[in-house]
Design a protein around this ligand. Sequence first.
Ligand code: AGP
Length: 596
Amino acid sequence: MCGIFGYVGSENASPILARGLKNLEYRGYDSVGIATVSTRLEIRKGVGKIDDAKERLRLEEARGNVGIGHTRWATHGTVTAENSHPHTDCRDEIAIIHNGIIENYYEIKKRLLERGHRFSSETDSEVIAHLIEDNLSNRGGAASSNGSSFEHACVRAFQELRGSFAVLAVRQGEDKIVAVRKDSPLVVGLAENGTFFASDVAPFLEWTKDVVYLENHDLVVADRAGVRFFDQDFAEVKRPVSTVEWDLEEARKGNFDHFMLKEITEQAETIQRACVQDMAVVERIASMIRSGFGVFFIACGSSYHACLTGSYLFSKVANLHVNVVLASEFENYEHFLTDRTLVFAVSQSGETADVLEAVRAAKRRGSRVVSITNVMGSSLSREGDELLLMNSGPEICVLSTKTYTSQVVMMALLVCSLKGDPEECVQRVKGLYMDIYNLTSRSMRERLKDLARDLAGKDHIYMIGRGLQYTTALEAALKVKEVSYIHTEAFAGGELKHGPLALIEEGTPVFVFVSRDNEDRIVSNAQEVKARGGFVIGVSDWNSPVFDRWIKVPDCGDLNPVIQAIPMQVLAYELAIQKNLDPDKPRNLAKSVTVL
Ligand code: AGP
């Protein structure tokens, strides 16, 4: 949930940290801080976003060629300056930044308090700084051939921690960064001017594309002479260097006001890129589905909706039953897993803790796992037995838009592969290019802006659909609620009479998603809404008399979930703008939910 950034090299660290943290801000942003090492340790931290804090804290005046920086999304402890990172030891000589959750922090803190340590925050993270200090003071960190006493004190501290943690540690008088990653994302960038650390690659792309994706439990020591990698027993290891395909522009807004609009607009291309797969791998996965005894799709949020859509496609097109389970609920199904079960784990970020926990549970039971993610080098990209990458490019906006439609396309590709004709899917997706181009055009945006103006003051919005249009309604409702803060709920059209119809009163807006293959029933649901005074907004390729407003979309059959999601993404964006909200950083949310 938080953003981590570190630099050690030939240049002054603080300007680099400030730029890196700005690039990371989308990951979590209620407070920010840096620590740099010159003749002494300098800490500058406070509540607020980077731009505000940069001036107020004069971040770029901090001195030293070694520095660590952090943007915080609060999990343990309220949003205060004391709780923001970096955290220090009793003597302010050691500073750490942390992303994740320390599960055994209470017992460690209790022991350290008894040993006289004084804490200044209510966070779990602060125990790491005091633990390193304690290891140093009781000579637990004695220097040895392959490491200084500080390095050993850090390693001993990291080895004692339980939970999820990516940590960077620095110390006054030491020109180095000691780092560890366990179940939280951390990557290393190698550049001419030094070594970079970050939660993912985008923040340091402007300096280097040479990246080391750390293995879980890896330890790293970087100083001005270079960088060394170690396993969890502190034995030196080699790690391969990869080259990032993305360029910085892709990770930046271009000429769009917000990442959300940029990423919505990219979908004409990104759904094509989702089809660019190693067909041998797709075929292999299709055969695993056929031979599997039980198939589970697990995911969260929008990725879950893509899986739900996929399950309808598997049923309708491939005549196959698959289970779809929210990753956070997967523990209730684990006892069904065997070594013949096939589990698909779908996650844009590849770092969603609920998904990773489910994957590890599946692996413990011998099940095979197929990872579908957008981030090469993410935990999920390395923990599955098979990997399909979404190729959507960096998605910076907290809302999933282009990655959702890419996931749906990949479901369709798997289904077509099961039918023995993946190329059919590729060609049909190619045919959507102009449709999507038109749906994200300025004229379409103007029409949706008008509708957004009419809806911006509403307290409740409902959405209904049947079959693939029901899963589309679920996804559309999530987009609207998470970016406009309007209570928005989706129902299966057939469920209206079983309760939700009681919610409809004069003027209640209800979106109705229609496709040719189930139009009669959903239109009669729309009439039920209309009869109670509801305001019906049709999403379909034809205009029905029951509609008060109509969003015209082409009927694309099984690919309707792709096409019908896009105007809803644009509408959600326009609602946020109407309400003067930041569509890229909705309140209380983060791009990657890396805590359980
Ligand atoms: C979707 O707009 C939200 N950002 C959220 O529901 C997201 O889909 C969910 O957190 C899953 O993220 P993941 O795909 O990275 O696992």
